[in-house]
Design a protein around this ligand. Structure first.
Ligand SMILES: NC(=O)C1=CN([C@@H]2O[C@H](COP(=O)(O)OP(=O)(O)OC[C@H]3O[C@@H](n4cnc5c(N)ncnc54)[C@H](O)[C@@H]3O)[C@@H](O)[C@H]2O)[C@H](O)CC1
Ligand SMILES: [K+]
Length: 384
């Protein structure tokens, strides 16, 4: 390689250094921070609220034998706001009920999967109790997804809606082998119950046949405190804003809040999931709710963690080490990516072109000077 091409190479390299220095820093700061939060939140390596810079709620109680603490604050909707937000979702961004219900049911199925995953040896049996409204519809959608996730589903749907969408949902369930029953069965044959009876439009005291269904679920809980009862959006029979004001004593072990938790969820003691990965930011802001950092492609995120001593400190340590390692890797990758990228940063490109231009001008001047000196020397020697 001659001098000139070597100089060219070093100029090209310095151009790339400029590119690689500027771009990675912004990319690193801009991108890594939220992903760290998300990873932090999902890895279970440290308290979720500190990852988000939010205050940890001290809401904690027992469900079964385990105790849970709310770690990510998502905000709460009262019954009126929940209704208004639903209406607005359908008018402003124009979501259809069918779309929202499909997302809701999928979120429920994903949460069930996290609570009670199937295995190659076992196909858990799920009993879904579906109410007369849209909360019941969420249960129908969830059952269909659960079948594909590896579950056996049986639905008690005593007050079936005549609306076309609901008739179709029933048919879609039957087509994948879900069976329908009218009465509350013996629960010995089941591994979990999904309570999809009432959501945010429930009012007053529960009427039959759901009153009995709720009582039966409580009996199951009394006999088997560990038996998973998973409520969709609101524990059925609870006042949407105030919780179990009727003192029914029904407390599910798991709650899946849809879109955002309702006011009554403030006092919920069990495992709490949120499924609302479709909420437009403008509506979230208007209604004072925040989306949790949903992990990966998941429709749900658990916003609680088990409250057990000693876990937090080891999470903190592991997380700090993890973060350091991840940060270093990310930086390395960014630098490598920038080095292999075509020079698209206009400013750096212009800068590089300017440097090369200056180099050429300087070189030409130098050569011209040498030439002139040479010619002058030749002239002098020929004249002497
Ligand atoms: N964006 C979302 O989050 C979505 C949530 N969805 C789910 O829809 C419910 C709300 O649905 P809605 O049809 O308005 O009401 P409910 O299902 O809660 O129940 C209404 C139903 O129940 C009857 N009822 C009311 N009170 C009583 C009572 N005391 N006893 C007996 N029956 C009662 C009433 O007559 C109606 O028939 C929400 O919570 C989510 O789960 C949607 O999927 C869309 C997206
Ligand atoms: K419910």
């Amino acid at each position: 390689m001659n001098d000139e091409s070597q100089t060219m190479v070093s100029l090209v390299k310095s151009g790339l250094t400029l590119l690689s220095l500027r771009r990675p820093v912004t990319a690193f700061l801009g991108r890594s921070t939220p992903s760290r939060k998300a990873i932090l939140a999902t890895s279970g390596l440290v308290t979720l609220s500190s990852a988000l810079g939010q205050t940890t709620s001290t809401t904690s109680c027992t469900a079964g034998k385990m105790s849970y603490t709310t770690e990510i604050e998502t905000g709460y909707l009262n019954a009126d706001n929940a209704y208004d937000l639903d209406v607005e979702l359908m008018s402003q961004p124009g979501f259809s009920l069918e779309q929202l219900m499909e997302l809701a049911g999928l979120a429920v199925a994903e949460a069930v999967y996290q609570v009670l995953p199937p295995s190659s040896e076992s196909k858990p049996r799920i009993l879904l109790i579906c109410g007369p409204g849209n909360n019941g519809g969420d249960g129908l959608v969830a059952a269909r997804h659960l079948v594909f996730f590896g579950y056996e589903c049986v639905i008690m749907y005593p007050k079936q809606s005549k609306k076309e969408h609901f008739v179709n949902l029933v048919k879609q369930c039957e087509d994948v082998g879900v069976t329908f029953i009218d009465e509350f069965p013996h629960t010995n044959e089941y591994d979990a119950i999904v309570d999809s009876i009432f959501g945010f439009s429930f009012k007053g005291a529960p009427r039959e046949p759901f009153k009995t269904a709720l009582e039966k679920m409580q009996e199951v809980q009394k006999k088997k405190p560990e038996f998973p009862i998973i409520s969709v959006d609101v524990p059925s029979g609870w006042n949407v804003d105030e919780g179990d004001v009727a003192k029914t004593g029904f407390v599910p072990s798991v709650l899946i809040s849809l879109t955002a938790p309702k006011e009554s969820a403030r006092s919920f003691p069990g495992r709490h999931f949120v499924g609302g990965r479709f909420l437009p930011p403008v509506l979230a802001e208007k209604y004072g709710v925040q989306m949790p950092p949903y992990p990966g492609v998941s429709q749900v995120m658990e916003i609680t963690k088990p409250k057990s001593k000693g876990i937090d400190s080891s999470w903190e340590v592991e997380y700090a080490a993890y973060l350091e390692e991840k940060g270093a890797k990310e930086k390395e990758n960014e630098v490598a990516a920038a080095a292999s990228q075509p020079k698209s940063d206009k400013k750096d490109e212009e800068n590089w072109e300017q440097q090369y231009h200056d180099y050429c001008v300087e070189k030409e001047a130098r050569l011209a000077e040498e030439d002139a000196r040479k010619r002058a020397a030749e002239k002098e020697s020929s004249s002497s």
